[in-house]
Design a protein around this ligand. Structure first.
Ligand code: ADP
Ligand code: ZN
Ligand code: ZN
Length: 758
């Protein structure tokens, strides 16, 4: 038998994680080492034994065999922060497919020399009463931005400068006018640590509602009984989920453990932050994308040293090196941003479960519209489900009108606004109330449908919408099936068959044609390109500088506009026909969120959903705000077609500079995957494999990716569906092996249970 060597990393805090040392694996340790194993190795001139981690195994010696040292032994089972981070990296590598170095770089903060930036804060110099009277004056004068800043300063003595232009959406000019008035001063400090100083005292404890108390008690009793579980907290916005998180975290922290709170960045409001600060003071830290690498590193060091108990942040906050995590909260767990788009393409939900397992922590998944994944497992008893059914903030659910756009056409209305929407818009303008028009373009892929009967061109094998390509053909993004674009509707023969081309800009023009006096604001990827513009548009709208806000899905998240009493969804079909299996789920979520924007304040709200498919279950149940009925139908569809969460799906993505080579490689790998999975008959191909429902494993594609070429790199993809995740891991491993053998001029990436279409 040949020699076996291990690449060992001895210092994971080193800047270059790829700096490894090769050791020989002694006979007695063969078969007992794997990536991630902690070992003792002799190090340096004196051969001092130190801990190291195996990050790769191979048969090729890189150095003079006589001078290669031997691994001493497997280190005793470690429970240190470092060991857990390595274990987590090994888990990421195994489950999502990447090198150990990539995995380590994901879980460990890059060590950089921490350059201390000068940080600015705004401090109030008037006392609280003066601030309050100034606040009253601003409210009377309707100086809303200024009022927001004063409000914050009445609660606390200082605010970080970034908050002012960021979360608070206040301009530098406004700050200057307050400076001139002698109300505040800007202070610059080096090495600024604690971002908030509170003077208002701790947040008073609320008396929990029965439903809230039940959830808190049950979670804690499992925790104290040594059986920390996974929980789904299902409740609409305003039903008190955040309050439950805070109570649970407080209890867990008082038991000497730490907490991670994951929040999609865009949804983290100033109000929510303040609630955490009030309860946990400077034991809480916020991680966001505006932090520099140095600051992130600094935060990790504080976490390691036990200076903080709670971290709030996006998915990467999961890798905070706390010594003893007790709870992980994931708010809005259905959000797509929890899935990493770069290798390793991990999902924060699954990764949170692994972190929790390593620490013996509980996991709370909160959502108004839980992901199918979470709800499916809750239904099967793997997770425990709690419901919060009352809205504690008041406000009623809006009245929803679903408008059939086919009828509008039949009755002679060719405008992008239905008659109902026009009527309600006119009414709001006349009353001086605000409206939101929403174009759910996310995932929009150029589907083609009939405007007379609503028929959508779909793939006969995958039951997802076909997308129109420049060559005039319609294509399936999964299996590559294609057909010519029909001239008339195959269902009803109508010639009104087309893609949906209206963009936010066009909607803005049209609304000015209809209502010349209307004041509009537009929020989409064009108008929010510059930093801070997103907040500026939101603040301007909150300050009532416009009657109508027009935008893409960006506008339906998080923010409360109490004066909005009308929400119009222009074409629910845009996300419904997105060309992937999550289209129904995403549409239900978007519509539910959009509808929920209306009627948050004292005034009752109305919502109009325009669609060519008013009978589609995602539309029907979103209009009724009925999650359970939606779930029942959606899970049936997933079951029938073998899509996650009922089955699992692995996307193998091929990137090649040469189109033919890319295609050949994709075909070769797909074939090999079929063999590795034990599927013998029917070669991989567009039509052959989609339909075999009972086959344990099926291959779909290969096909050119939805976006087939980027920067002159051709992209191909094929999918492997299988109920067993483990089998998909085997296929990934086999593919990696083949790539080492073939050495193609191409790169390959893996995406397990993909969320984003390539
Ligand atoms: P969610 O996170 O589900 O949107 P929150 O926890 O933010 O809900 O609660 C919504 C509002 O209700 C907040 O203003 C919060 O302070 C308040 N609230 C939450 N729980 C209670 C309670 N038990 N009693 C009174 N008010 C509560
Ligand atoms: Zn038709
Ligand atoms: Zn297909």
């Amino acid at each position: 038998m040949g020699e076996l060597y291990a690449d060992v990393i001895v210092d994971i805090s080193h800047e270059e994680l790829d700096k490894t040392f090769q050791y020989r694996v002694p006979e007695r340790l063969r078969g007992r080492l794997e990536t991630g194993t902690c070992v003792m190795v002799p190090f340096g001139g004196g051969n001092r034994p130190i801990r190291g981690y195996v990050i790769g195994l191979g048969e090729e010696g890189k150095f003079d065999p006589a001078r290669t040292k031997e691994i001493l032994e497997i280190a005793p089972e470690g429970v240190g922060v470092q060991d857990r981070m390595i274990a987590l990296a090994a888990w990421l590598r195994k489950n999502y497919g990447c090198t150990m170095i990539q995995a380590l770089k994901t879980v460990l903060p890059a060590k950089r020399s921490v350059k201390r930036l000068e940080r600015r804060t705004l401090e109030r110099i008037m006392d609280r009463e003066e601030i309050l009277s100034l606040l009253g004056e601003c409210i009377r004068k309707k100086q809303v931005a200024k009022a927001r800043l004063l409000q914050a300063l009445s609660d606390q003595e200082s605010v970080p400068y970034e908050w002012i232009t960021g979360k608070l959406g206040v301009s530098a000019q406004t700050v200057r006018s307050l400076e001139r008035a002698g109300a505040v001063r800007v202070v610059s400090r080096e090495n600024f640590r604690n971002p908030v100083k509170l003077s208002g005292g701790a947040e008073q404890t609320k008396c929990l509602s029965g439903e809230q108390k039940f959830a808190v008690d049950e979670v804690l009793s499992d925790f104290d009984g040594g059986h920390p579980g996974v929980y789904v907290l299902h409740g609409i916005t305003g039903s008190g989920k955040t309050q439950v998180y805070i109570e649970l975290i407080e209890a867990v922290v008082s038991r000497g453990r730490q907490a991670i709170v994951l929040i999609p960045e865009i949804a983290l409001t100033y109000q929510t932050l303040l609630r955490f600060y009030r309860r946990f003071g400077d034991r809480v830290s916020v991680m966001n994308s505006t932090l520099s690498a140095g600051e992130k590193y600094d935060q990790c060091e504080r976490a390691k040293r036990g200076e903080i108990d709670v971290i709030i942040g996006p998915r990467s906050a999961l890798f905070t090196p706390f010594p003893n995590i007790g709870i992980i909260v994931m708010d809005e767990e259905q959000e797509g941003s929890y899935k990493s788009e770069s290798t390793p393409k991990y999902h924060a939900r699954e990764t949170a479960l692994e972190v929790a397992r390593l620490h013996g922590a509980c996991v709370v998944l909160g959502s108004a519209t839980p992901s199918l994944e979470a709800y499916y497992r809750a239904r099967r008893g793997e997770y425990r489900l709690f419901r919060l059914t009352e809205r504690l903030t008041g406000g009623q659910l809006p009245t929803v009108w679903t408008v059939d756009l086919r009828r509008e056409l039949k009755e002679g209305n060719r405008s992008i606004f239905s008659r109902k929407l026009q009527e309600l818009l006119a009414d709001r303008l006349q009353k001086g109330e605000q409206s939101i028009l929403f174009l759910n373009r996310r995932g929009y892929a150029g589907f083609v449908s009939c405007r007379a009967c609503g028929h959508v061109m779909k793939c006969p094998h995958c039951d997802v919408s076909l997308s129109e390509h420049r060559n005039g053909r319609l294509m399936c993004h999964y299996c590559g099936y294609s057909e010519p674009r029909p001239g008339t509707c195959p269902e009803c023969g109508s010639k009104y068959i087309s893609g949906f081309r209206a963009g936010t800009q066009q909607i803005e023009e049209k609304i000015h044609e209809l209502f010349p006096q209307v004041r509009t604001l537009r929020m989409d990827s064009d108008t929010t390109r510059t930093k801070g513009s997103y907040q500026q548009i939101l603040s301007a709208f909150a300050d009532r500088e416009a009657d109508v806000l027009i935008g893409t899905q960006m506008i339906v998240k998080g923010h409360d506009f109490p004066r909005v009493t009308l929400v119009g969804v222009l074409a629910a079909d845009l996300s419904l026909c997105a060309g992937d299996y999550r289209a129904g789920e995403r549409t239900f979520q978007l519509l539910t969120q959009a509808v929920g924007r209306a009627g948050r304040g004292e005034l009752p709200g109305e919502a109009v959903i325009q669609t060519y498919q008013p009978e589609h279950y995602a539309v029907v149940h979103a209009a009724a705000q009925d999650y359970d009925s939606f779930y029942e139908e959606e899970i049936l569809y997933r079951e029938m077609l073998g899509y996650p969460p009922v089955s699992h799906m692995l996307a193998v993505q091929i990137f090649a500079g040469d189109e033919e080579r890319g295609r050949t490689l994709a075909q070769g790998l797909a074939e090999a995957a079929g063999q590795a999975g034990g599927r013998k008959n029917s070669p991989p191909g567009p039509a052959g494999s989609c339909g075999e429902k009972d086959a344990p494993l099926s291959i779909i594609g290969p096909a050119p990716a939805a976006i087939g070429k980027v920067n002159d790199i051709f992209r191909f993809v094929f999918y492997v569906k299988c109920p067993e995740y483990g089998k998909l891991i085997q296929i990934k491993d086999r593919t990696e092996e083949l790539l080492r053998e073939w050495r193609p001029e191409a790169t390959v990436q893996f995406d397990f249970d993909p969320v984003h279409i390539m």
